[in-house]
Design a protein around this ligand. Structure first.
Ligand code: PHE
Length: 337
């Protein structure tokens, strides 16, 4: 008896077919309630001597499972093959593929880069994970100096020497220490500061910083470069003004405002009725910074500037909440192209 069942198991193992009615016949032959081989063998169970009952039951169950498995495998193989043939309706409209669009931050970054390229600035980059020297010390931020409070820093694990860069000025240091003037670069990139996230601030944002070092570079060169940028980016009518400010790496330092793009300087709620919008920080490179990178500060002078891309894009596109840049809602992204 048991031998007989084992033969059936082998028969099931080698069986194959890609014809649905043959497969159905095969199923009926074994599993039909009336006269199926498996059904009959189960009926025999009570005639089996008690000592063989256990083995008989096990082998018979194996046969039943192998038939069920074979039938379902053959059927699903048929289904997959089928969709390739008959079920494919060529007249159905296809799934549309959404066309992507550039992120507003990329659009603005590229435009800023293009404007400065026209003035002969080339692109430099630096690492996002940086050491203290390139982010702070080489830029005339002495250790323990209160100026470090201006940029609340994320440190990497427990090593206070390794941090997430708080500005892209680290890229400028890396160029200065590897190359003698003339240097004319812009450094676009992502920066990190420990700020509470709100409509106007985020702990991750983007900057473009610029650096120009040569003999006889003056504040007038800085002013003219930034005026050119403002007119190219915001429109020919744009005016600029520079207000004295403080950065450790520039002396003198200034913040630059542009005439309000919405009210043209008349006063509105975006410019808080001042007629001016602050867009960037700038100044003449402090001689200490040049000397830190072995550039002769008696011979060379330079200017530097830095701006936040999020802020510039907000002004350009009238975006009110900075968090929208990170939500990546396609409806938002598609409005700006
Ligand atoms: N690094 C400054 C900042 O992130 C910006 C800046 C760059 C200011 C160059 C002046 C000159 O705040």
């Amino acid at each position: 008896m048991i031998e007989n069942i084992k033969q059936h198991i082998n028969e099931v193992k080698v069986y194959t077919s890609d014809n649905i009615s043959d497969i159905e016949q095969f199923r009926i032959k074994f599993l039909s309630k009336k006269g199926g081989i498996v059904t009959n063998l189960f009926k025999e169970f009570r005639n089996i001597p008690a000592k063989d009952k256990k083995e008989y039951g096990q082998v018979l169950n194996k046969l039943k499972l192998s038939v069920e498995e074979k039938v379902s495998n053959l059927k699903s193989a048929l289904k997959t093959a089928d969709t390739g043939k008959k079920d494919f309706d060529l007249s159905l409209p296809g799934d549309s593929i959404e066309v992507g669009s550039r992120h507003p931050i990329s659009i603005v970054r590229n435009e800023i880069i293009e404007i400065f390229n026209r003035l002969g600035f080339s692109i430099a980059e630096g690492p996002e994970i940086e050491d203290d020297w390139h982010n702070f010390s080489a830029l005339n931020f002495p250790k323990e100096h209160p100026a470090r409070d201006m940029q609340d820093t994320f440190f990497v694990e427990t090593n206070p020497d390794i941090l997430l860069r708080t500005h892209t000025s680290n890229g400028q240091v890396r160029v200065m220490e590897n190359k003698q003037p003339p240097i004319r670069i812009i450094v676009p990139g992502r920066v990190f500061r420990n700020e509470a996230i709100s409509a106007r601030a985020h702990c991750i944002f983007h900057q473009v910083e610029g650096l120009f070092i040569e003999e006889n570079v003056s504040f007038a060169d800085l002013k003219q470069t930034l005026l050119y940028f403002a007119k190219e980016f915001f429109g020919e009518e744009t005016k600029i003004r520079l207000r004295p400010s403080y950065f450790p790496f520039t002396e003198p330092s200034a913040e630059m405002d542009i005439s309000c793009t919405l009210c043209n300087g008349k006063g509105c709620n975006v410019c808080k009725y001042t007629g001016w919008l602050e867009i960037l920080g700038c100044g003449m490179v402090d001689p200490n910074v040049l000397e830190s990178s072995n550039i002769d500060s008696e011979k060379y002078t330079g200017f530097a500037f830095g701006m936040g891309i999020e802020r510039i894009a907000m002004l350009k596109f009238g975006i009110k909440d900075l968090r929208m840049y990170f939500e990546n809602d396609v409806r938002f992204l598609k409005q700006i192209q």
